[in-house]
Design a protein around this ligand. Structure first.
Ligand code: ADP
Ligand code: MG
Length: 416
């Protein structure tokens, strides 16, 4: 009886060690964009590996085992081998310091797991949540089977061995399922939170902007007209006409802001049409060719898509114009190639817009889409607001991959 209680207690303590990265996350990093999150996670995982290793689970039979490989596998699966290297070295160093039998075995074994789990990482991350959980459980289970298999050459295959087998494989399978379910839940919550914040932002902006923009547009047009008349007047000296010209220029800018504003607050479903996006991508290209030539940019479209769905044509065109324009502006120093690729994937149309321009840092990407966020002298910071809003309304998603100094790729997915 006592043996069982101790077993259960140790199991709970090991479980607590596995939870260290979670607890750390909730206390310190919740909803923050921290730059070295990967590194911090692998350090926390290292702590849990060491914790598990120093408090192994003692079976009544005299065998011991621990849960050290669980956080190790998780880190390798989610973040690849680079981040698993810290726990890997720590594990082996600590195991070496503990001494005793099995140092070499532990070293070889952890190396095999490091390689195997990292190789599975890409496949694993391409799965949906509902496949990731059993997949990780299976990997953890197989790890233990492999461990027992190597052990079976050194011990007799008696009752005790089989008790260890059942305990170790069972615990690993169940613990892994619990851990990955929690991680997946956490990821889903983070995504939902981001989405809610984004859509709140759009809601307020589009309601306000529609009314304000309308009210402002009329006086602007009138003023524009009168100023134009004034600029043709003969009673004004030419020096003062310059002031009028400046006023006109500034008014044009104001009008542009208003029309950008109206463009993204317009309700969707105005001129819906069935499309495979060929026409829209080409249209935006044709409009921007002169602008691209001016900046030595070559626009190329690669089209491989047979899927159709309905879009608000003018909004989508405006969206593409904004995205292409940003890409061209990012390459305006050195020129370059703006590559647009339309392709299909199972049940969605994927659009990639890739430039080799200035690129953006992490914080810049997360600010993208906030109204008036612009790094350009003449920028309005409304282009991306319109893009996010229109794609959002059309049921699509936007992903941004960018490296400072290297370039940016916008990946837009429209489910069909
Ligand atoms: P604007 O173009 O008027 O500045 P946008 O909303 O279109 O406003 O873009 C906001 C900001 O996002 C830009 O000022 C720029 O800093 C950044 N940005 C957008 N697209 C890109 C890109 N392809 N490459 C680099 N930076 C970009
Ligand atoms: Mg822009």
């Amino acid at each position: 009886m006592e043996g069982r209680t101790i077993l259960f207690e140790t199991l709970l303590i090991d479980f607590m060690f596995l939870l260290i990265p979670f607890i750390g996350y909730f206390i310190f990093f919740d909803a923050k964009n921290y730059p070295h999150l990967n590194l911090i996670f692998s350090i926390m995982a290292t702590i849990s590996v060491i914790g598990c290793l120093s408090l192994p689970i003692h079976l009544q039979s005299g065998f011991i085992f621990d849960l050290r490989y669980i956080s190790f596998i998780i880190i390798a699966l989610y973040w690849g081998y680079k981040n698993a290297l810290i726990p890997y070295f720590a594990l082996n160093l600590y195991r070496f310091l503990i001494g005793g039998d099995g140092i070499i075995q532990s070293f070889l074994f952890s190396t095999v797991i490091l390689i195997a789990a990292s190789l599975c990482s890409k496949k694993f991350l391409s799965f949906d949540t509902k496949y990731r959980i059993p997949f990780a459980g299976l990997i953890s289970f197989l790890t233990m089977v492999f461990y027992l298999f190597t052990l079976s050459f050194q011990t007799p295959l008696d009752h005790e061995f089989w008790m260890l087998a059942i305990n170790a494989t069972g615990t690993h399978f169940i613990m892994m399922i619990i851990m990955v379910s929690m991680i997946e839940r956490l990821i889903a919550n983070m995504r939902a939170q981001k989405l809610i914040m984004q859509s709140d932002r759009f809601q307020v902006i589009s309601e306000l902007s529609a009314s304000v923009a309308h009210e402002i547009r009329n006086p602007l047009t009138t003023t524009h007209g009168f100023l134009q008349l004034l600029s043709q007047s003969e009673s004004i000296p030419s020096k003062e006409k310059n002031y009028v010209a400046y006023s006109l220029q500034e008014l044009k800018r104001a009008e542009k802001i208003v029309s950008d504003f109206l463009a993204f607050s317009k309700p969707q479903y105005e001129n819906m049409a069935d499309s495979d996006l060929k026409e829209e991508t080409e249209y935006a290209k044709n409009i921007l060719i002169p602008y691209a030539n001016m900046h030595n940019v070559d626009i190329q479209i690669h089209f491989h898509n047979s899927l159709h769905r309905s879009f608000d044509k003018s909004q989508i065109q405006q969206c593409f114009i904004n995205l292409y324009k940003n890409g061209i502006e990012a390459m305006k120093e050195k020129g370059g190639k703006l590559e647009i690729e339309v392709s299909e994937q199972k049940r969605s149309i994927i659009l990639k817009i890739k430039d080799s321009g200035t690129g953006m840092a992490e914080e810049q990407i997360s600010t993208l889409g906030k109204p008036y966020y612009s790094t350009k002298k003449q920028g309005t910071g409304l282009g991306m607001v319109m893009v996010y809003n229109a794609i959002h309304k059309a049921g699509g998603t936007v992903k941004v991959e960018s490296k400072k100094g290297r370039g940016t790729t916008f990946i837009i997915e429209f489910p069909v």
